[in-house]
Design a protein. Structure first.
Length: 150
């Protein structure tokens, strides 16, 4: 078996809002170890949709367990219709039900819809929470996760 190449790393320079991007294969299985140094406290809430959850949620949760990071998961219905105020309201309600605090980090696991709604929730819930994008599609990588919209 040929080992995977190291992920490519780059920094989006935005002054005090700069952030790093990693691109490579197999990163979801290593998400916990990679995220751990970025966390205020070792607790995250993973937000994903029903389609992505079937394929990747267990992989990410195992990586969080391996890194000693407490986690909860919120699975939303899949599709563009999820990007509306009713779903946003349900998401923020579920964050509060999960006892999220400002020091809890959100992880957006999925495509652009999940990245957008999670980024918006992170910005406005509890006066702002940190969040990490785990895009699972090329479009989410270049449009939602890195585009600077969220």
């Amino acid at each position: 078996m040929t080992p995977r190449p190291a992920p490519a790393s780059m920094t989006v320079e935005l002054g005090p809002r700069s952030y790093d991007i990693l691109v490579g294969g197999g990163l979801l299985a290593d998400a916990g170890r990679l995220a751990r140094p970025l966390l205020i406290e070792p607790r995250v809430i993973v937000v994903t949709d029903a389609n992505v959850a079937v394929h990747w949620l267990a992989t990410v949760e195992k990586s969080l367990d391996d890194a000693g990071i407490a986690h909860d998961g919120i699975v939303l219905e899949a599709g563009e219709q999820t990007k509306d105020f009713a779903h946003f309201e349900r998401l923020t309600g579920r964050l509060l039900d999960a006892h999220a605090e400002r020091t809890t980090t959100l992880m957006a696991l999925g495509g652009g819809v999940i990245g957008d709604i999670t980024g918006f929730a992170a910005a406005v819930t509890l006066r702002g929470m940190d969040y990490i994008q785990l895009p699972t599609t090329l479009l989410a990588q270049v449009d939602s996760a890195v585009g600077g919209k969220t």
